[in-house]
Design a protein around this ligand. Structure first.
Ligand code: FAD
Length: 288
C-alpha cells in the first residue's frame, strides 16, 4: 500500500520542531525512525498531512551521564543503544532488550523516542522504562516538563503527550552497582512483537530481595507495573513458592487479546512464565 500524501518538514532544532508541531496542530506527526509510523501510514491507519522529521536535530542524539541518571536523546537508535559501553556497564537491561527488538535493519533506524512515545503495547521499551522508573523529557510550545514512564501510558496509542508536544530524551536513574536485571520475551520468530514479556530490576541484601520492580509487555492496553508481584518477592530469597506467587500475581493483572500470538489464556500463562524466568535471572545476576 502507498501512504496518503503529506508535506515533509526537516527542522534542525527542537525549538523549530516544537513550533512546527504547534502551528500545524493535529494534522502533524513527528517522524523518528519511521518503523512504526510509516507502516501505519501505508495501511492508512495513520494519515498525517505533515511529517516533522526529527533526524536533523543533533541535540536529540546521544547518551550521557547527568548526575545520578543517564540521559538518552530521543533520536538515539536501538543500534546505538546496543553499541553503548556506558549502557552496557550501567544499565545492561537496555542493551539486552534492544537486542530482542525486531531485527538489525529495524534497529538501525528505530529510536528510543519513537519506541516510548508510540504508545503501542507491543513496544518493548515502555515496560523496561517503567521497571527502571525512568522519566521522559517532553518539549512543547508551553515549555518543557518531565513525566515518569509509570504515569505516561493511559491506553493503546493514548499517552500523556499533549498535541504539539514531543519527547526529547529519556532519563534513567542508574540502579545501584550490583543490581540484577533481566528482560524475558517470548516471540514466535525473529522480528516479532512479544507474545508476552517481563522486565525485572532488583537489588539484594544478605541474599534477600531488598527492592524489585516487575513489568509486563503486550498483555494489556499498556505495559503493566506488576505491583502485587513486586510485593510478593520483596524480603524473600526467591524460593519456588515465592516464584509461583509472583507469577500468579502478575498473571492476575493481564488482559491480553486473543490474536495470532495465541489465545488470551495462553498469553496470560506465558506472562507468568516470563516473570519467573526474569526474576530467576535477575536474582542470579545481583550481588549481595
Ligand atoms: P516512528 O515510527 O518514526 O514513530 C512512532 C510514533 O511515535 C509516531 O506516532 C511518531 O509520531 C511518534 N514519535 C516518534 N518520535 C517521537 C518523539 N521524539 N516525540 C513524540 N512522538 C514521537 N518494536 C518493539 O518494541 N519490539 C519489537 O519486537 C518490534 N518489532 C518490529 C518488527 C518490525 C518488522 C518493524 C517494522 C518494527 C518493529 N518494532 C518493534 C517497532 C520499532 O522498534 C520502531 O522503530 C519503534 O517502535 C518506533 O520507533 P521509530 O523511531 O521508528 O518511530
Amino acid at each position: 500500500m502507498i501512504p496518503g500524501s503529506f508535506q515533509y518538514h526537516r527542522p534542525t532544532t527542537v525549538a523549530d520542531a516544537v513550533r512546527l508541531l504547534a502551528d500545524l496542530g493535529e494534522d502533524a506527526r513527528p517522524l523518528a525512525g519511521g518503523h512504526s509510523l510509516i507502516p501505519m501510514m501505508k495501511l492508512r491507519m495513520a494519515t498525517p498531512e505533515h511529517l516533522v522529521d526529527l533526524a536533523a536535530i543533533a541535540e536529540l542524539k546521544g547518551i550521557r551521564h547527568a548526575g545520578a541518571s543517564i540521559v538518552i536523546g530521543a533520536m538515539t537508535t536501538q543500534k546505538e543503544l546496543i553499541a553503548s559501553d556506558l549502557l552496557t556497564s550501567a544499565l545492561p537491561i537496555i542493551r539486552e532488550t534492544s537486542l530482542l527488538i525486531a531485527d538489525p535493519q529495524v534497529r538501525y533506524c528505530g529510536t528510543i523516542g519513537g519506541n516510548v512515545a508510540n504508545g503501542d503495547p507491543g513496544n518493548d521499551m515502555p515496560g523496561v522504562m517503567m521497571a527502571l522508573d525512568a522519566s521522559y523529557q517532553i518539549a512543547g510550545s508551553a515549555g518543557t516538563r518531565e513525566v515518569k514512564a509509570r504515569d505516561f501510558y493511559f491506553g493503546a496509542y493514548f499517552t500523556a503527550l499533549e498535541p504539539g508536544e514531543m519527547v526529547t530524551a529519556v532519563s534513567v536513574p542508574v540502579p545501584p552497582a550490583g543490581h540484577g536485571a533481566a528482560y524475558e520475551k517470548l516471540k514466535r520468530k525473529i522480528g516479532d512483537y512479544a507474545t508476552a514479556a517481563a522486565a525485572v530490576v532488583l537489588t539484594k541484601q544478605g541474599g534477600r530481595i531488598a527492592q524489585a520492580s516487575i513489568t509486563l509487555t503486550n498483555v494489556g492496553q499498556t505495559a503493566l507495573l506488576a505491583e502485587d508481584a513486586m510485593a510478593a518477592v520483596r524480603g524473600t530469597s526467591l524460593g519456588p513458592d515465592v516464584l509461583a506467587r509472583a507469577a500468579a500475581a502478575a498473571e492476575a493483572i493481564t488482559d491480553p487479546a486473543s490474536d495470532g500470538r495465541g489465545p488470551a489464556a495462553y498469553r496470560t500463562k506465558v506472562a507468568g512464565i516470563m516473570v519467573r524466568r526474569a526474576l530467576e535471572r535477575a536474582f542470579a545476576r545481583a550481588a549481595g
